[in-house]
Design a protein. Structure first.
Length: 555
């Protein structure tokens, strides 16, 4: 249409295979609704839904239930729910030009499962009669040497589950590679290099970890609509290279129950997994980057919550597990190696003020932690990671204070950033409102004494709730609007993003992950709550004295 490319179902063939009139009616209604849509595939910024994504990527997409999509991921979602359950979309190619010609959708009513692994096998012959093809079948094919290696890896993965005492529901998967595309062993799922935990592990030729893959966007992780229906959503992946003549590369994926990650340091479990892989695979496999199994391994972290403090950490070495960057101890105070590189005025103000903050509702997530050393218990200062925005843009707290006479919009223009970016920089310095107040100068000796003093009395002092903020209550009212309806409930200040989603999901009878929540800030802008940190910011900035309600919007 003009110089634009669109996908349409108008004047295209379709077929029905149903066993009851009710299902036929549902699918016909869905088909008629889709006729009204033209899906643009040229503009990367537009919301295009599954057919548009499949056409662009050239890879299939599947969701066990359409309700696990968000509106942004699937514009027809609300209409499809109740008419369509399982959903699949396959790219159709011209066999010689290697360009997408269209997309073939499979929609199943009720709980009828569409076996995606069988579709390409049965479809390929039919498409070839009209000189078309789908790439799914060829991408999933493996070489003869891989057949034996995959069988061995699958046996070892079963042993890992047993030896490491993982839950019976824990899932493992072996991914093979074809250029920059990875396909699951069953040939059902496909992702590109750099996408999700598996794609990032393949990209780094090392390992990657994410504590909740459901928090990723569909562009970051195309399988996220499936992940929202899984019981296990903590994910670890490691990229291995075999010693065969072809030096075949595999990515081993472990989907772990979140309880196994939350109840203790996840690195302990991952260390056990890698140790078992070393014992069972021996010298026939190496980390794809070159080091032997058993040597120190750097694991990239995809950050999705406040618990993710570092960009990466190291596992399986002679001294156990350690973080990257490494922390060093100086006179009882744990500090980052970057600390001394900071200008003195920033270190005494923003750095100290931000990092000594205690989360009164959940002390374990605040700025202090307890460390046991022999019979002595010390309060140890926990460093937050260096924030990239403020360091990359060179905006210090002193500069922010110098511009405090401007309004927020003028200050953002002066810095050459957007309003939302400036707000994020302010939050990184612990500034929850604009204009910022002058930072208080702390006596450094007093700060250090407060951090390392082995006194349980001081610990209780730090964890005492801020009575100015909380008053006699530890929760706040939330008014959340959804499609013209308003619900009201109380939310504790200690709540996580998942707790908020649970309350909304229970009232709307929607699956968690199928919607997003925004809050209205002090400037009446709607801000997306994408992680625990966003919810914490919402609660801290909007729970001022005299304010009893926070407004939210469910999309």
């Amino acid at each position: 249409m003009g110089d634009k490319t669109y996908l349409t179902t108008c004047d295209q063939p379709f077929a029905l295979q149903c066993y009851c009139d009710r299902d036929v009616k549902k699918l016909c209604e869905y088909r008629k609704h889709c006729l009204e849509y033209l899906i643009p595939v040229d503009d990367e910024e537009l919301i295009i839904g599954p057919p548009g994504r499949v056409f662009r990527s050239g890879l299939p997409e599947y969701a066990p239930y359409v309700r696990h999509y968000t509106i942004g991921e699937y514009p027809q979602r609300d209409y499809a729910v109740g008419r369509v359950a399982g959903y699949s979309a396959l790219p159709i190619y011209h066999p010689t030009r290697h360009l997408s010609s269209g997309v073939l959708e499979f929609a199943s009513p009720s709980n009828i499962y569409v076996p995606l692994d069988r579709i390409p096998k049965e479809l390929q012959n039919l498409l070839s009669t009209v000189n078309l093809t789908t790439t799914c079948r060829s991408l999933a094919q493996v070489s003869s040497c891989q057949d034996g290696e995959i069988a061995r890896i699958e046996e070892v993965l079963d042993e890992v589950i047993e030896v490491c005492e993982l839950d019976d529901d824990d899932d493992t998967e072996t991914w093979t590679t074809s250029g920059e595309i990875l396909s699951s062993h069953r040939g059902v799922d496909f992702i590109r290099k750099g996408q999700g935990v598996v794609g990032r592990a393949f990209s780094s030729k090392s390992a990657c970890f994410c504590r909740d893959i459901r928090q990723l966007s569909i562009t970051e992780y195309p399988l996220v609509a499936q992940a929202r229906s899984w019981k296990n959503y903590a994910c670890f992946a490691v990229c291995l290279r075999s010693s065969c003549l072809n030096n075949c590369i595999y990515v081993l994926e472990f989907l772990l129950h979140k309880n196994q990650i939350d109840h203790g340091d996840p690195r302990t479990l991952l260390n056990s997994i890698m140790e078992t892989l070393k014992e069972r695979l021996g010298s026939s496999f190496k980390i794809a980057s070159g080091q032997e199994l058993g040597q120190k391994l750097t694991v990239e972290v995809i950050k999705v919550s406040l618990e993710d403090e570092f960009d990466s950490f190291e596992i399986y070495n002679t001294t156990g597990v350690e973080s990257t960057p490494r922390l060093r101890e100086n006179n009882g105070i744990v500090e980052s190696p970057h600390r001394q590189e900071l200008p003195q005025n920033i270190e005494n103000t923003a750095h100290d003020e931000g990092n000594t903050e205690i989360n009164v509702a959940n002390p374990e997530r605040g700025g202090a932690s307890m460390e046991q050393s022999g019979n002595e218990v010390n309060n140890v200062k926990k460093q937050k990671p260096i924030c990239t925005l403020r360091s990359e843009l060179g905006i210090t707290r002193e500069v922010l204070e110098q511009n405090s006479s401007r309004n927020l919009e003028d200050a953002a223009k002066a810095f050459g950033v957007s309003r939302s970016t400036l707000k994020r920089i302010c939050r990184e310095y612990g500034i929850n409102r604009w204009p910022p107040r002058k930072a208080k100068k702390f006596n450094q000796a007093f700060v250090e004494q407060r951090v390392v003093q082995p006194s349980t009395e001081n610990t209780k002092e730090q964890h005492r709730p801020d009575t100015t903020r909380l008053g006699d209550d530890s929760s706040i009212w939330v008014k959340a609007e959804y499609q013209g309806y308003t619900m009201k409930f109380r939310l504790p200040f200690s709540a996580h993003k998942f707790n908020l989603e649970e309350k909304v999901a229970q009232r709307l009878n929607l699956p968690i992950g199928s919607f997003k929540i925004e809050y209205q800030d002090e400037e009446n802008e709607w801000i997306w709550i994408a992680c625990d940190e966003d919810l914490s910011t919402c609660m801290s900035t909007l729970s001022s004295p005299g304010r009893t309600t926070i407004r939210m919007l469910v999309r």
